[in-house]
Design a binder for this molecule. Structure first.
Ligand code: BTN
Length: 249
């Protein structure tokens, strides 16, 4: 598999089984064995990691499970959420291209189709004074898996009713990731933010959330520079960090 890219996926490590591609990528960085765009790909993770300390489970051989090492040294730490937006949009571009046109990004960077999750992103950054040094972009995307332990999960194949060529879709993802990353590198911040908001799950709709331990109704109106979610609640605009708000789905 060789994606049509300048650097993303040009250095490729395929491991049939590993604990976590993010952890493998971290090891490559420590050993100085990675150039920008270096990608670690696996068919099976035994200790896949998700956001907020969760685990990431996926049926072996059926899904995309990879990590890409980037060096966004041009990005001030304060603006790191733009990287989340660029990566989320790249995965969304892929889903749209493959026919899941109703796919959306659930803030901050889960991939949803209607009310079901079909993918997630785990970005781990290392920081050098005021800018990012390295980012490990971990992407887990359900492609051909049809059976799930929970009924809140789905896959591209379940949505489109077709079996997808795994190598081809992985290669395309790497191309789209590079494209969005180059937009970020070229400081297309306004474009990325606009498109992210347009693609945001439940954007500008009234839904229920749990805030301060209570169920309340609110309307997502945006994200601020720090990536916090802006929600209009009872006539008051509030901004929430990662663990401060829960969607009721
Ligand atoms: C989430 O939704 O919580 C994020 C899931 C991220 C999973 C991917 S799979 C490839 C990479 N390696 C990991 O251990 N996690 C990420």
């Amino acid at each position: 598999m060789l994606p049509n890219t300048l650097f993303v996926g040009q250095q490729l490590y395929y491991l049939p089984v590993c604990e976590s591609t993010n952890s493998e990528a971290q090891q490559l960085l420590i050993k100085n064995k990675a150039t920008e765009g270096c990608t670690v790909l696996t068919s099976e993770q035994t200790k896949g990691r998700g956001q907020r300390g969760n685990t990431w489970e996926a049926e072996p051989g059926k899904n995309i499970t990879l990590s890409v090492i980037l060096s966004p040294v041009f990005l001030p730490v304060r603006q790191q959420f733009y990287l989340n937006m660029a990566v989320s949009l790249a995965v969304l571009d892929l889903l749209h291209e493959y026919g899941a046109t109703a796919a959306r990004v659930k803030w901050p960077n889960d991939l949803y189709f209607k009310d079901k999750k079909l993918g997630g992103i785990l970005i781990e950054n290392s920081i050098n004074s005021h800018t990012l040094q390295h980012s490990i972009i971990g992407i887990g995307l359900n492609i051909n898996q049809l059976n799930f332990d929970v009924d809140t999960a789905t896959s591209l194949s379940a949505i489109t009713g077709t079996t997808i060529h795994l190598e081809e879709v992985t290669s395309r993802l790497l191309e789209l990731l590079e494209k969005r990353y180059l937009e970020l590198r070229n400081a297309r911040h306004a474009k990325l933010k606009y498109e992210y908001l347009q693609a945001l799950y439940r954007y500008q709709e009234v839904h229920q959330f749990i805030v301060d331990g209570k169920r309340t109704e609110g309307c997502i109106v945006g994200v601020d520079e720090d990536g916090r979610l802006g929600v209009q609640l009872d006539g008051e605009l509030r901004f929430f960090g990662f663990k401060e708000i829960t969607y009721i789905i």
